[in-house]
Design a protein around this ligand. Structure first.
Ligand code: NI
Ligand code: MN
Length: 230
């Protein structure tokens, strides 16, 4: 399993020969200007919620790659109306078996309106289970006690957590979330893209270290093997 960072909350994850892409927001992201979305290969696109900074490039990438899009029912309706054809609508609590492993949709405490004002349903996170390991992609969320259910449900090898504060939980709450999900290996996301979510990266890493946890902040465009997160 390896992970590619495309900026903001967008990651590619390769599992068992298949490529997953989470929350593509690349073309409007100045920090990700060196990424060309037309070069991204993916078999699945997972969307945590309807906000522009998670959904902007879904239509273009989905139409080009024919990747299966996994999202909530309301986003499924919205993307279908735009001509995206290969979509698996899911909702919180649901799990589905796919050719690389399983995807389970879990609670995120946030909002989910679509860019044109359409109702976007509820935000979600994802737990991905596979023979190469398990991980949690939190999407945009506050710290919530519901995260304890994730820790009870599966042994998570690593988690993608938002750390930018203002719009989601910040570093201090993400450190508490580690205990709830029973996982100390974290890849940070949803920071630095906008002025409101700029963080001191070195301080964030130090806080995690002092708490006995490991925060990895990937360079945009870089790839890391799962075992090198530890
Ligand atoms: Ni959001
Ligand atoms: Mn966001």
């Amino acid at each position: 399993m390896n992970i590619t960072y495309y900026g903001h909350s967008c990651f590619g994850v390769e599992i068992n020969g298949k490529s997953l892409l989470f929350d593509p927001f690349i073309t409007p992201n100045k920090l990700a200007s060196k990424i060309d979305i037309n070069t991204i290969k993916t078999d699945y696109i997972l969307i945590s919620h309807g906000h522009n900074d998670h959904i902007q490039d879904v239509e273009a990438i989905a139409k080009r790659t024919k990747a299966k899009v996994i999202c909530n029912y309301e986003i499924y309706l919205w993307l279908s109306a735009k001509g995206v054809e290969n979509i698996l609508p899911m909702n919180i609590g649901g799990k589905t078996k796919l050719d690389f492993g399983n995807v389970k949709c879990v609670v995120a405490v946030h909002s989910s309106g679509l860019p044109d004002g359409s109702y976007g349903g509820n935000p979600m996170g994802f737990v991905v289970e596979s023979s190469e390991g398990n991980f949690y992609y939190a999407g945009d969320t506050a710290l919530t006690y519901d995260m304890k259910l994730i820790g009870d449900y599966r042994k998570i090898d690593f988690a993608f957590l938002p750390i930018g504060d203002t719009l989601t939980m910040g570093v201090d709450n993400a450190i508490i979330a580690c205990d709830f999900i029973d996982c100390d290996t974290i890849v940070g996301m949803h920071y630095d893209t906008f002025s409101a979510i700029k963080i001191d990266k070195q301080e964030a890493i130090s806080k995690f270290t002092r708490a006995g946890k490991k925060l990895t902040l990937m360079e945009i465009g870089s790839i890391i093997e799962k075992q090198n997160l530890n």
